[in-house]
Design a binder for this molecule. Structure first.
Ligand code: 6PG
Length: 254
């Protein structure tokens, strides 16, 4: 039973990052108490970097039971793990190398393999081995973190891409012609299966697309972020005032 998406507006980017870190910590406690572990799919891009850094600082660094945390990626650029565009590298530098998480709990997308399709198949295998879901069942992340691109994409689910209609594979390789680049991304079935999904959106340049996604006509082929509807989980839009500047009052909770 999916719950109504919640839009939480924070007065500043700092407040947004603090709120994101506090929710990451709270959900860690809940998930570890109920399931003994906390499985998280991290988002990439620039928006989460500052929030990730907070996770490696007090009080979050000490309060989170890192040996019970398992980190995955919701999407990745098909570049080597030490490449400046790597989402893995961004997260490693922002917090992973500064928190006591066992290296075997960090599950990057295997982008050092020969081709994107093989990387996607290998990462799907990694997910199936870790979650060991019953046959045909989709793995259930405790938390999936997502961002929002100016074109309405999320993870690496871009407008009009075949990946938007994927209904069996967990991970696919997708060629993004406007970026002339390959990406690996979790597919809609995995996003829909998550227990908690949090979109983190900040800045005035996201205001127009955020309003379209939340208040515009439902057109996920054009605005893939609209696709994300956890079937048995909750969806939260954690946004700052600048990104929420064009939203109608009711959505802003005012
Ligand atoms: C990526 C992301 C992508 C990102 C959006 C927003 O690998 O780029 O996972 O989906 O979240 O493009 O990016 P910014 O936060 O940089 O605006």
């Amino acid at each position: 039973m999916s719950t109504k998406p919640q839009v939480v507006v924070q007065p500043s980017l700092e407040a947004l990052n603090r709120e994101a870190a506090a929710r990451f910590q709270m959900l860690a406690g809940q998930s570890i108490a109920s399931a003994g572990r906390y499985s998280v799919a991290l988002s990439g891009g620039s928006t989460p970097r500052a929030f990730y850094r907070l996770l490696a600082e007090p009080p979050f660094r000490e309060a989170i039971d890192w040996p019970r945390v398992h980190l995955f990626w919701g999407d990745e650029r098909f570049v080597p793990p030490d490449h400046p565009d790597s989402n893995y590298r961004m997260a490693r530098e922002a917090f992973i190398r500064n928190v006591p998480i066992p290296s075997e709990n960090v599950h990057p997308v295997p982008t050092a393999t020969g081709d994107p399709e093989t990387a996607a198949a290998q990462y799907e295998e990694t997910l199936r081995r870790f979650f060991a879901p019953p046959e045909a069942e989709v793995p259930r992340f405790a938390l999936v973190l997502l961002g929002l691109g100016p074109d309405g994409h999320t993870a690496s689910l871009f407008p009009g891409a075949p990946a938007l209609d994927e209904d069996s594979r967990l991970v696919v390789a997708t060629y993004v012609s406007k970026l002339a680049a390959w990406r690996l991304t979790l597919t809609p079935p995995v996003l829909h299966r998550a227990r908690h999904v949090i979109f983190l959106v900040s800045g005035p340049d996201k205001a127009a697309v955020l309003r379209e996604v939340l208040e515009g006509p439902h057109d996920p082929q054009r605005l893939p972020a609209q696709l994300v509807r956890p079937q048995d989980g909750d969806l939260t839009w954690l946004v700052d005032d600048a990104a929420a500047s064009l939203l109608s009052a009711p959505l802003k909770g005012r």
